[in-house]
Design a protein around this ligand. Structure first.
Ligand code: FES
Ligand SMILES: [Fe+2]
Length: 457
């Protein structure tokens, strides 16, 4: 049964409205004091998306999640359980792994050779007799970090007793389960270093007010003017944009614009059938995708018509937003720098349904026409790391739209340092920005709802 698309209801006890009306003054983006408070009360308390389960296929596979001043090892142990540990040796604190990911039989510190099992237990101390009284293996095992997995996405939490991930995400999980992200494959992994605060990057993707100005190409594909927003506890939010449709601010064209034509042809629809009937395209696409999906073996039956055609963005507080098509998941997110509020790393994971389900070249069938910024591979895709300048000069790209956003982020941060700027003023179209910052304030306050929920669970 396709799910009906409804706003999410969190349970009664976590339906609190933060009501703080955060003032978006420049210091929250630029000051070390604010950054340090965020580290103590937000980053180390929150569930954080850390990576994808497809990186943990066999016991011994691991990946590293670097966040702020911390580095976390996430690994699959011999019992096929996922464990997470601080990437710090318990001998004298050396950072154990310096690579992004890999496979190991056991976890060995390269400095003096202390060796731990995949479950973090200390196994071997070279020349242990040199330590007076020996070394307590239990006390000196790797320090654990909470870890949980949902829909193929790995989350960690550095606090002592957090409420479960399920409490944190609420029924966002139920709403997204029908997409089955766990069946998708990682086809691209990219990171760009930016000279901007992590929240400046988040703000950009929490509003559509800028779309007409820096993304003019969207006018012939999505209706950002009528986007529907939903605001949820703990700082999560969601926006829903109809597609493929025309931006209603412009005159309706007689025939489909070029971008829609290509999309229709890819779906085996004749653009000429829609001359004078451009508003009918969205509905036709919803029907046609289900037909082609059947031929390719991709099952849309759990998804609503809106989920088959439209663009859904889910903002999971604090560190990611997911842009979702039925066939593709993009996960974007900034990670703060450990010591400089003016820097962050912005990462994108691209996941797709398996290649044989998205297209059949011989039969000329495809479900997401014109969207081939990825490549399927038998081996793990390379993690591409680049700079904003690489994007501006065309050496790397996160898609045209994201590149356009990346152009502005450093300039936003620079402007906030000016003596001529005091605080932001927000429109109705920027309500998700306000909501996000209200919840940042709630997390930082003594009345943090998450602490209350965690302490009572
Ligand atoms: S710091 Fe790791 S073995 Fe010495
Ligand atoms: Fe944008």
């Amino acid at each position: 049964m396709p799910q009906k698309f409804d706003p999410i209801n969190f349970s009664e006890e976590i339906s609190a409205d933060p009501q703080c009306n955060a003032t978006l003054s420049s210091d929250r983006y630029t000051s070390n004091e604010f950054m340090n408070k965020e580290w103590e009360r937000l980053w180390t308390q929150c569930w954080l998306f850390a990576g994808v389960l497809t990186d943990l296929k066999e016991p011994g596979d691991f990946f590293i999640y670097d966040i702020g001043r911390e580095s976390i090892i996430i690994t699959l142990n011999d019992n096929n359980n996922i464990s997470a540990f601080y990437n710090t040796c318990q001998h004298r604190g050396n950072k154990i792994f310096t690579e992004d990911s890999g496979w190991v039989k056991q976890i060995s510190c390269p400095y003096h050779g202390w060796t731990y099992g995949l479950d973090g237990e200390l196994k071997k101390v070279p020349d242990e007799e040199l330590f007076e009284g020996g070394v307590c293996k239990k006390e000196k095992s790797l320090k654990e970090v909470n870890v949980d997995v949902w829909a193929g996405l790995v989350f960690i939490n550095m606090s002592d007793n957090p409420a479960p991930l399920k409490t944190f995400l609420g029924t966002i999980m139920d709403q997204l389960n029908p997409y089955h992200f766990e069946n998708m494959e990682l086809v691209k992994h990219q990171s760009v270093t930016l000279d901007t605060n992590w929240k400046t990057a988040r703000d950009n993707f929490l509003e559509q007010y800028h779309v007409d100005f820096i993304h003019p190409q969207h006018a012939s594909f999505v209706d950002c003017c009528d986007a529907q927003n939903y605001l949820w506890p703990f700082g999560h939010s969601h926006t829903w944009v109809e597609s493929p449709v025309m931006n209603p601010r412009y005159d309706m064209p007689e025939e489909p614009p070029d971008y829609m034509k290509q999309y229709l042809i890819g779906l085996e629809l004749d653009p000429e059938d829609f001359n004078g009937k451009v508003p009918d395209i969205r509905n036709a696409v919803q029907k046609q995708k289900r037909i082609i999906g059947k031929k390719l073996g991709f099952d849309y039956s759990e998804l609503s018509d809106e989920q088959v055609s439209d663009v859904f963005q889910y903002d999971i507080f604090p560190n990611i937003f997911m842009t979702i098509h039925a066939e593709r998941l993009w996960i974007f997110g900034p990670r703060p720098h450990g010591a400089d509020p003016n820097k962050c790393i912005f990462t994108k994971y691209s996941l797709m349904i398996p290649e044989d389900k998205i297209r059949d070249k011989d039969k000329g069938l495809e479900l997401l026409p014109g969207s081939y910024d990825y490549s399927y591979s038998d081996t793990r895709v390379e993690h591409e790391v680049f700079t904003r300048q690489d994007v501006i000069e065309g050496r790397n790209s996160m898609t045209v739209t994201i590149d356009q956003d990346i152009h502005y982020l450093n300039d936003m941060q620079a402007g906030m340092h000016s003596r001529g700027f005091d605080k932001a003023i927000l429109s109705k179209d920027e309500e998700r920005v306000q909501h996000f910052h209200d919840w940042v304030d709630n997390w930082l306050s003594d009345k943090s709802l998450w602490s209350k929920v965690s302490n009572s669970s």
